[in-house]
Design a protein around this ligand. Structure first.
Ligand code: CP3
Length: 340
Protein backbone atom coordinates (compact mmCIF):
# COMPACT_ATOMS: atom_id res chain seq x y z
CA UNK A 1 0.00 0.00 0.00
CA UNK A 2 1.34 3.40 -0.96
CA UNK A 3 1.86 5.80 1.94
CA UNK A 4 -0.07 9.08 1.82
CA UNK A 5 2.32 10.71 4.30
CA UNK A 6 5.89 9.47 3.99
CA UNK A 7 7.63 12.53 5.46
CA UNK A 8 9.45 10.49 8.09
CA UNK A 9 10.78 7.99 5.57
CA UNK A 10 11.93 10.78 3.29
CA UNK A 11 13.57 12.66 6.16
CA UNK A 12 15.27 9.46 7.34
CA UNK A 13 16.73 8.91 3.89
CA UNK A 14 17.89 12.52 3.64
CA UNK A 15 15.43 13.43 0.89
CA UNK A 16 13.80 16.85 0.70
CA UNK A 17 10.67 17.34 2.80
CA UNK A 18 8.20 20.21 2.70
CA UNK A 19 8.23 20.39 6.50
CA UNK A 20 9.88 18.64 9.44
CA UNK A 21 8.02 15.45 10.38
CA UNK A 22 7.07 14.89 14.03
CA UNK A 23 6.15 12.04 16.37
CA UNK A 24 6.77 11.31 20.07
CA UNK A 25 8.51 8.44 21.74
CA UNK A 26 5.93 6.73 24.01
CA UNK A 27 3.08 8.45 22.20
CA UNK A 28 1.00 5.28 22.30
CA UNK A 29 -0.64 5.02 25.66
CA UNK A 30 -0.49 6.62 29.08
CA UNK A 31 -1.09 10.25 28.18
CA UNK A 32 -4.35 9.58 26.34
CA UNK A 33 -7.65 9.07 28.24
CA UNK A 34 -8.74 6.99 25.24
CA UNK A 35 -5.83 4.63 25.99
CA UNK A 36 -6.53 4.45 29.70
CA UNK A 37 -10.14 3.55 29.00
CA UNK A 38 -9.11 0.46 27.03
CA UNK A 39 -6.28 -0.34 29.43
CA UNK A 40 -8.57 -0.18 32.48
CA UNK A 41 -11.01 -2.62 30.95
CA UNK A 42 -8.30 -5.29 30.91
CA UNK A 43 -6.33 -7.29 33.46
CA UNK A 44 -3.26 -5.17 32.77
CA UNK A 45 -0.63 -3.88 30.40
CA UNK A 46 0.40 -7.32 29.19
CA UNK A 47 -3.09 -8.28 28.11
CA UNK A 48 -3.16 -5.15 25.95
CA UNK A 49 0.25 -5.91 24.44
CA UNK A 50 -0.79 -9.51 23.74
CA UNK A 51 -4.19 -8.76 22.19
CA UNK A 52 -3.39 -7.76 18.60
CA UNK A 53 -6.57 -5.89 17.68
CA UNK A 54 -6.40 -3.81 20.87
CA UNK A 55 -2.67 -3.16 20.49
CA UNK A 56 -3.45 -1.99 16.96
CA UNK A 57 -6.20 0.28 18.24
CA UNK A 58 -3.98 2.07 20.78
CA UNK A 59 -1.19 2.27 18.20
CA UNK A 60 -3.50 4.27 15.92
CA UNK A 61 -4.99 6.51 18.63
CA UNK A 62 -2.15 9.07 18.56
CA UNK A 63 -2.37 9.25 14.76
CA UNK A 64 -6.07 10.14 14.99
CA UNK A 65 -5.95 12.28 18.11
CA UNK A 66 -2.53 13.93 18.00
CA UNK A 67 -2.01 13.96 14.23
CA UNK A 68 1.56 12.69 14.40
CA UNK A 69 3.46 11.75 11.25
CA UNK A 70 4.11 8.14 12.31
CA UNK A 71 2.62 5.36 14.40
CA UNK A 72 4.80 3.20 16.67
CA UNK A 73 3.58 -0.31 17.34
CA UNK A 74 2.21 -0.71 20.87
CA UNK A 75 4.39 -3.26 22.61
CA UNK A 76 7.40 -3.25 24.92
CA UNK A 77 11.11 -3.91 24.67
CA UNK A 78 10.68 -6.57 27.37
CA UNK A 79 8.86 -9.02 25.11
CA UNK A 80 12.31 -10.14 23.94
CA UNK A 81 13.59 -11.42 27.30
CA UNK A 82 10.18 -13.04 27.77
CA UNK A 83 10.41 -14.83 24.44
CA UNK A 84 13.84 -16.13 25.50
CA UNK A 85 12.37 -17.61 28.68
CA UNK A 86 12.35 -14.81 31.27
CA UNK A 87 8.77 -13.84 31.93
CA UNK A 88 8.15 -10.25 33.02
CA UNK A 89 5.43 -8.75 35.13
CA UNK A 90 4.37 -5.14 34.79
CA UNK A 91 3.61 -3.92 38.27
CA UNK A 92 1.22 -1.00 38.52
CA UNK A 93 2.98 2.28 39.38
CA UNK A 94 6.30 0.45 39.79
CA UNK A 95 7.28 -0.93 36.42
CA UNK A 96 8.72 -4.20 35.16
CA UNK A 97 9.71 -7.11 37.38
CA UNK A 98 11.39 -10.39 36.39
CA UNK A 99 10.83 -13.24 38.88
CA UNK A 100 13.73 -15.13 37.24
CA UNK A 101 16.97 -13.34 36.28
CA UNK A 102 20.32 -14.18 34.71
CA UNK A 103 23.31 -14.76 36.95
CA UNK A 104 25.37 -17.63 35.54
CA UNK A 105 26.27 -19.65 32.45
CA UNK A 106 23.49 -22.18 32.97
CA UNK A 107 20.92 -19.40 32.97
CA UNK A 108 22.25 -18.14 29.65
CA UNK A 109 22.48 -21.61 28.11
CA UNK A 110 18.85 -22.20 29.04
CA UNK A 111 17.69 -19.19 27.00
CA UNK A 112 15.84 -19.91 23.81
CA UNK A 113 16.48 -17.84 20.69
CA UNK A 114 15.00 -20.17 18.11
CA UNK A 115 11.28 -19.51 17.91
CA UNK A 116 10.67 -15.80 18.18
CA UNK A 117 8.27 -16.05 15.23
CA UNK A 118 5.86 -18.17 17.32
CA UNK A 119 6.63 -16.64 20.69
CA UNK A 120 5.93 -13.10 19.52
CA UNK A 121 3.31 -13.84 16.89
CA UNK A 122 0.99 -11.40 18.70
CA UNK A 123 3.34 -8.52 17.81
CA UNK A 124 3.47 -9.45 14.12
CA UNK A 125 -0.30 -9.88 14.09
CA UNK A 126 -0.73 -6.43 15.71
CA UNK A 127 1.55 -4.92 13.05
CA UNK A 128 -0.48 -6.50 10.24
CA UNK A 129 -3.78 -5.25 11.68
CA UNK A 130 -2.32 -1.78 12.28
CA UNK A 131 -0.99 -1.53 8.73
CA UNK A 132 -4.36 -2.57 7.38
CA UNK A 133 -6.26 -0.08 9.54
CA UNK A 134 -3.84 2.76 8.89
CA UNK A 135 -4.33 2.14 5.18
CA UNK A 136 -1.28 4.16 4.31
CA UNK A 137 -2.04 7.28 6.37
CA UNK A 138 1.40 7.34 8.02
CA UNK A 139 4.37 4.95 8.29
CA UNK A 140 4.52 2.40 11.13
CA UNK A 141 7.61 2.22 13.31
CA UNK A 142 8.74 -1.16 14.66
CA UNK A 143 11.17 -1.30 17.56
CA UNK A 144 13.32 -3.32 19.93
CA UNK A 145 15.54 -2.66 22.91
CA UNK A 146 19.29 -2.57 22.33
CA UNK A 147 21.20 -5.62 23.59
CA UNK A 148 22.85 -3.75 26.49
CA UNK A 149 19.52 -2.33 27.73
CA UNK A 150 17.88 -5.76 27.48
CA UNK A 151 20.79 -7.38 29.34
CA UNK A 152 20.39 -4.72 32.01
CA UNK A 153 16.79 -5.82 32.70
CA UNK A 154 17.58 -9.55 32.42
CA UNK A 155 20.34 -9.33 35.03
CA UNK A 156 18.91 -6.61 37.27
CA UNK A 157 15.38 -8.04 37.17
CA UNK A 158 13.72 -4.65 37.50
CA UNK A 159 14.21 -0.95 36.97
CA UNK A 160 16.93 0.73 39.00
CA UNK A 161 18.58 4.13 39.31
CA UNK A 162 22.09 2.70 39.01
CA UNK A 163 21.61 -0.78 37.49
CA UNK A 164 24.61 -1.72 39.62
CA UNK A 165 23.77 -5.43 39.54
CA UNK A 166 23.74 -5.39 35.71
CA UNK A 167 26.86 -3.23 35.52
CA UNK A 168 28.75 -5.38 37.99
CA UNK A 169 27.97 -8.40 35.80
CA UNK A 170 30.03 -6.74 33.05
CA UNK A 171 32.96 -6.28 35.43
CA UNK A 172 32.74 -9.69 37.10
CA UNK A 173 31.70 -11.87 34.16
CA UNK A 174 32.68 -10.13 30.93
CA UNK A 175 32.79 -13.37 28.96
CA UNK A 176 29.28 -14.36 30.09
CA UNK A 177 28.08 -10.85 29.35
CA UNK A 178 29.27 -11.22 25.76
CA UNK A 179 27.68 -14.64 25.52
CA UNK A 180 24.36 -13.14 26.61
CA UNK A 181 24.72 -10.04 24.42
CA UNK A 182 25.35 -12.26 21.40
CA UNK A 183 22.19 -14.22 22.09
CA UNK A 184 20.13 -11.07 22.54
CA UNK A 185 21.60 -9.61 19.35
CA UNK A 186 20.78 -12.71 17.36
CA UNK A 187 17.15 -12.79 18.46
CA UNK A 188 16.75 -9.02 18.10
CA UNK A 189 17.84 -9.15 14.47
CA UNK A 190 15.32 -11.94 13.78
CA UNK A 191 12.65 -10.00 15.66
CA UNK A 192 13.21 -6.76 13.75
CA UNK A 193 13.23 -8.58 10.42
CA UNK A 194 9.92 -10.25 11.28
CA UNK A 195 8.42 -6.88 12.24
CA UNK A 196 9.54 -5.54 8.86
CA UNK A 197 8.09 -8.58 7.11
CA UNK A 198 4.79 -7.97 8.93
CA UNK A 199 4.74 -4.36 7.71
CA UNK A 200 6.98 -2.05 9.80
CA UNK A 201 8.18 0.78 7.55
CA UNK A 202 11.15 1.71 9.71
CA UNK A 203 12.64 0.47 12.97
CA UNK A 204 14.05 2.09 16.07
CA UNK A 205 16.42 0.54 18.60
CA UNK A 206 16.13 1.95 22.13
CA UNK A 207 19.33 1.90 24.20
CA UNK A 208 17.72 3.54 27.20
CA UNK A 209 20.57 2.74 29.60
CA UNK A 210 23.50 3.61 27.32
CA UNK A 211 24.36 6.63 29.46
CA UNK A 212 25.20 4.71 32.61
CA UNK A 213 28.25 2.97 31.11
CA UNK A 214 31.71 4.45 30.79
CA UNK A 215 32.75 5.26 27.19
CA UNK A 216 35.06 2.21 27.12
CA UNK A 217 32.39 -0.11 28.45
CA UNK A 218 29.73 1.28 26.16
CA UNK A 219 31.98 0.65 23.19
CA UNK A 220 32.65 -2.94 24.23
CA UNK A 221 29.25 -4.00 25.59
CA UNK A 222 26.84 -1.63 23.87
CA UNK A 223 27.98 -0.06 20.65
CA UNK A 224 29.56 -3.20 19.25
CA UNK A 225 26.19 -4.97 19.19
CA UNK A 226 24.40 -1.97 17.68
CA UNK A 227 26.90 -2.23 14.83
CA UNK A 228 25.96 -5.87 14.25
CA UNK A 229 22.25 -5.04 14.26
CA UNK A 230 22.69 -2.08 11.89
CA UNK A 231 24.79 -4.14 9.49
CA UNK A 232 22.19 -6.94 9.48
CA UNK A 233 19.06 -4.91 8.75
CA UNK A 234 19.02 -3.52 5.26
CA UNK A 235 15.32 -3.62 4.45
CA UNK A 236 14.15 -0.32 6.00
CA UNK A 237 15.64 2.83 7.59
CA UNK A 238 16.96 2.35 11.11
CA UNK A 239 17.05 4.76 14.05
CA UNK A 240 19.44 4.28 16.95
CA UNK A 241 18.61 6.08 20.19
CA UNK A 242 21.33 5.71 22.80
CA UNK A 243 20.06 7.78 25.66
CA UNK A 244 22.75 9.63 27.57
CA UNK A 245 25.58 8.46 25.32
CA UNK A 246 26.86 11.91 24.32
CA UNK A 247 30.36 10.44 24.63
CA UNK A 248 29.64 8.01 21.79
CA UNK A 249 28.26 10.45 19.20
CA UNK A 250 31.48 10.53 17.14
CA UNK A 251 31.44 6.75 16.89
CA UNK A 252 27.77 6.74 15.99
CA UNK A 253 28.50 8.76 12.89
CA UNK A 254 29.97 5.54 11.47
CA UNK A 255 27.01 3.33 12.32
CA UNK A 256 25.22 1.82 9.37
CA UNK A 257 21.90 3.51 10.16
CA UNK A 258 19.94 6.46 8.78
CA UNK A 259 18.85 8.26 11.94
CA UNK A 260 20.36 8.98 15.35
CA UNK A 261 18.16 9.95 18.29
CA UNK A 262 19.37 12.77 20.53
CA UNK A 263 18.27 13.31 24.10
CA UNK A 264 17.76 16.83 25.44
CA UNK A 265 21.15 16.99 27.14
CA UNK A 266 22.90 16.73 23.78
CA UNK A 267 23.87 19.97 22.10
CA UNK A 268 22.24 20.32 18.67
CA UNK A 269 25.09 22.51 17.46
CA UNK A 270 27.62 19.91 18.51
CA UNK A 271 25.62 17.06 16.94
CA UNK A 272 25.09 18.80 13.61
CA UNK A 273 28.85 19.30 13.43
CA UNK A 274 29.67 15.69 14.29
CA UNK A 275 27.23 13.95 11.93
CA UNK A 276 27.67 14.33 8.20
CA UNK A 277 25.49 11.60 6.75
CA UNK A 278 22.67 11.06 9.23
CA UNK A 279 19.23 12.36 10.09
CA UNK A 280 18.92 13.55 13.68
CA UNK A 281 15.81 12.89 15.76
CA UNK A 282 14.74 14.73 18.90
CA UNK A 283 15.39 16.41 21.18
CA UNK A 284 13.08 18.68 23.16
CA UNK A 285 13.16 18.18 26.93
CA UNK A 286 9.91 16.29 27.75
CA UNK A 287 9.48 18.70 30.69
CA UNK A 288 9.00 21.61 28.27
CA UNK A 289 5.49 20.17 27.83
CA UNK A 290 4.72 21.12 31.45
CA UNK A 291 5.18 24.75 30.42
CA UNK A 292 2.42 27.03 29.14
CA UNK A 293 1.45 27.08 25.47
CA UNK A 294 3.66 30.06 24.65
CA UNK A 295 6.69 28.42 26.21
CA UNK A 296 6.08 25.17 24.35
CA UNK A 297 5.75 26.98 21.02
CA UNK A 298 8.82 29.12 21.69
CA UNK A 299 11.04 26.23 22.80
CA UNK A 300 9.89 24.02 19.93
CA UNK A 301 10.64 26.73 17.38
CA UNK A 302 14.02 27.42 18.95
CA UNK A 303 14.84 23.74 18.58
CA UNK A 304 13.70 23.68 14.94
CA UNK A 305 15.78 26.75 14.25
CA UNK A 306 18.89 25.03 15.59
CA UNK A 307 18.25 22.05 13.29
CA UNK A 308 17.60 24.28 10.29
CA UNK A 309 19.28 23.12 7.06
CA UNK A 310 19.92 19.78 8.70
CA UNK A 311 18.14 16.44 8.21
CA UNK A 312 15.71 16.35 11.14
CA UNK A 313 12.77 14.42 12.59
CA UNK A 314 11.18 16.37 15.45
CA UNK A 315 10.59 14.46 18.69
CA UNK A 316 11.21 14.78 22.40
CA UNK A 317 14.57 13.89 23.90
CA UNK A 318 12.97 10.84 25.58
CA UNK A 319 9.49 9.38 25.94
CA UNK A 320 6.63 11.72 26.79
CA UNK A 321 5.95 11.64 30.54
CA UNK A 322 2.69 9.96 31.58
CA UNK A 323 1.18 13.00 33.32
CA UNK A 324 1.60 15.30 30.32
CA UNK A 325 -1.59 17.07 29.17
CA UNK A 326 -2.46 15.81 25.65
CA UNK A 327 -3.39 19.40 24.71
CA UNK A 328 0.23 20.40 25.41
CA UNK A 329 1.40 17.54 23.22
CA UNK A 330 -0.85 18.85 20.45
CA UNK A 331 0.69 22.29 20.92
CA UNK A 332 4.17 20.79 20.41
CA UNK A 333 3.04 18.99 17.25
CA UNK A 334 1.25 22.08 15.88
CA UNK A 335 4.35 24.20 16.57
CA UNK A 336 6.42 21.84 14.43
CA UNK A 337 3.86 21.70 11.64
CA UNK A 338 3.42 25.47 11.46
CA UNK A 339 7.12 26.32 11.56
CA UNK A 340 8.00 28.81 8.81
O1 CP3 B 1 6.42 4.43 22.12
C1 CP3 B 1 5.28 3.93 22.21
O2 CP3 B 1 4.29 4.61 22.42
C2 CP3 B 1 5.13 2.44 21.93
C3 CP3 B 1 5.08 1.61 23.07
C4 CP3 B 1 6.29 1.43 24.00
C5 CP3 B 1 6.10 1.05 25.35
N1 CP3 B 1 7.33 0.81 25.88
C6 CP3 B 1 4.80 0.88 26.00
C7 CP3 B 1 4.72 0.94 27.47
C8 CP3 B 1 7.66 1.52 23.77
C9 CP3 B 1 8.41 1.94 22.52
C10 CP3 B 1 8.30 1.10 24.97
C11 CP3 B 1 9.76 1.00 25.10
C12 CP3 B 1 10.36 0.75 26.40
N2 CP3 B 1 9.89 -0.04 27.41
C13 CP3 B 1 11.64 1.24 26.79
C14 CP3 B 1 12.55 2.07 25.91
C15 CP3 B 1 12.12 3.48 25.81
C16 CP3 B 1 12.40 4.31 27.04
O3 CP3 B 1 11.44 4.89 27.54
O4 CP3 B 1 13.57 4.44 27.42
C17 CP3 B 1 11.88 0.78 28.09
C18 CP3 B 1 13.10 1.06 28.93
C19 CP3 B 1 10.78 -0.05 28.47
C20 CP3 B 1 10.58 -0.81 29.74
C21 CP3 B 1 9.37 -0.37 30.48
N3 CP3 B 1 8.08 -0.58 30.06
C22 CP3 B 1 9.33 0.32 31.71
C23 CP3 B 1 10.55 0.75 32.50
C24 CP3 B 1 7.99 0.52 32.02
C25 CP3 B 1 7.41 1.14 33.28
C26 CP3 B 1 7.58 2.59 33.33
C27 CP3 B 1 6.85 3.31 32.22
O5 CP3 B 1 7.56 3.82 31.33
O6 CP3 B 1 5.62 3.32 32.22
C28 CP3 B 1 7.21 0.00 30.97
C29 CP3 B 1 5.74 0.02 30.88
C30 CP3 B 1 5.12 0.55 29.65
N4 CP3 B 1 5.57 0.32 28.38
C31 CP3 B 1 3.93 1.34 29.59
C32 CP3 B 1 3.69 1.58 28.23
C33 CP3 B 1 2.52 2.32 27.62
C34 CP3 B 1 3.08 1.77 30.78
C35 CP3 B 1 2.24 0.63 31.19
C36 CP3 B 1 0.85 1.00 31.56
O7 CP3 B 1 -0.04 1.08 30.69
O8 CP3 B 1 0.63 1.17 32.77
Amino acid sequence: MKLKNDLILKAAKGENVERTPVWLMRQAGRILPEYRKIRNSLSGFKELVETPHLAAEVTIQPVDILQVDAAIIFSDILVIPESMGLKYEMIEKKGPFFPKTISNRNDINALNVSNVEDQLSYVFEAIKITKHELSGRVPLIGFAGAPWTILAYMVEGQGSKTFSKAKSFLYREPELAHLLLNKITEITIKYLKLQIKAGADLVQVFDSWAGILSPEYYEEFGFKYLEIICNSIKEVPKTIFSKGAFFALEKMNNLNCETIGLDWTMSIKNATQIFNNKTLQGNLDPCVLYGDYNTIEKKTKEMLHKFENYRHIANLGHGVYPDTDPEKVKCFIESVKSYK
